[in-house]
Design a protein around this ligand. Structure first.
Ligand code: SIN
Ligand code: MN
Length: 264
């Protein structure tokens, strides 16, 4: 999958782009089953909210076959390599499970400051590409982004470990208010199987989910190979140490995986 000239221009201007219907229904079902499998596991890579609700699972490509094949899927890797005009390595793979009724907030933040300060990533030549495993609606804790905020570069942030169980370098209310006053807030929503790409410096967050609808999203963080970590401090399952380019697999590899699983 390659982005069109118009899509590249939209990404450049807004800092994000949503691509509907990238993964067909049977592949989305296989990924939903993978998420269910991953979140029943008790292991250090699977993190939970204070009340035990699953929050996120890191490095699932290491212990789930569907995630493994997804982690090299060209539909995700190609557009990012196209944007950076360079091959990419996989910095992080995770599933965020914003659970029905109890899913907790993600404070306002940019991704790059965390990658830079905690992982020693030199430049914002990395980004998240997300696959929706549930319909993401305005009501079930969608990602909220401040369009054009990536143009502000990396903003001052502080290390927040109080608001949720997940520590992040977060932005203060004044900074967020100023940016939102100028650019508003967008919620890129869409059906399961859609893909969202967003810039490493776009300001984003999400609120809690008190609806009966869970909101599971897989995130691949891909970084240009010229942008290898120099001083990682987080565990290897959060910030990978293999900086070799992803050996991409075609969409047909995932298709065959799903077919095999059905006939097994
Ligand atoms: C993130 O910003 O890394 C995750 C936010 C979310 O899944 O809502
Ligand atoms: Mn983020």
């Amino acid at each position: 999958m390659q982005l069109t000239k118009e899509q590249l221009a939209e990404f450049d201007e807004l800092g994000y782009i949503f691509l509907p219907e990238c993964f067909p229904a049977d592949q989305v079902e296989a990924l939903r089953a993978a998420a269910s499998d991953v979140f029943t596991q008790q292991r250090p890579e699977v993190w939970r909210e204070k009340d035990g609700t699953p929050r996120m699972a890191f490095a699932c490509q290491e212990y789930n076959d569907a995630c493994k094949i997804l982690s090299t899927d060209e539909r995700l890797v190609n557009p990012v390599e196209q944007l950076f005009a360079e091959r990419c390595y996989l910095h992080q793979f995770k599933i965020n499970y914003k659970a029905a009724f109890t899913g907790d907030v993600w404070q306002w933040h940019q991704d790059f400051p965390t990658w830079h300060k905690d992982d020693g990533m030199p430049e914002p030549r990395a980004m998240n590409i997300a696959i929706f495993l549930d319909d993401v609606m305005p009501i079930n804790g969608p990602l909220m982004v401040v369009p054009r905020s990536h143009k502000s570069g990396a903003l001052e942030s502080s290390h927040d470990v109080k608001t949720t169980s997940y520590p992040l370098w977060t932005l203060d209310n004044e900074t967020v208010s100023e940016l939102v006053e100028k650019n508003g807030i967008a919620t890129p929503t869409g059906k399961k199987g859609g893909v969202l790409m967003f810039h490493a410096n776009i300001v984003h967050g999400s609120s809690g989910n008190i609806t009966p609808y869970s909101r599971r999203i897989v995130y691949l963080t891909l970084s240009a190979v010229s942008n290898a970590l120099v001083k990682p401090t987080r565990p290897e399952f959060v910030a990978h140490r293999d900086f070799t380019p992803v050996a991409t697999t075609p969409a047909s590899a995932f298709e065959q995986f799903v077919e095999k699983a059905v006939t097994a």
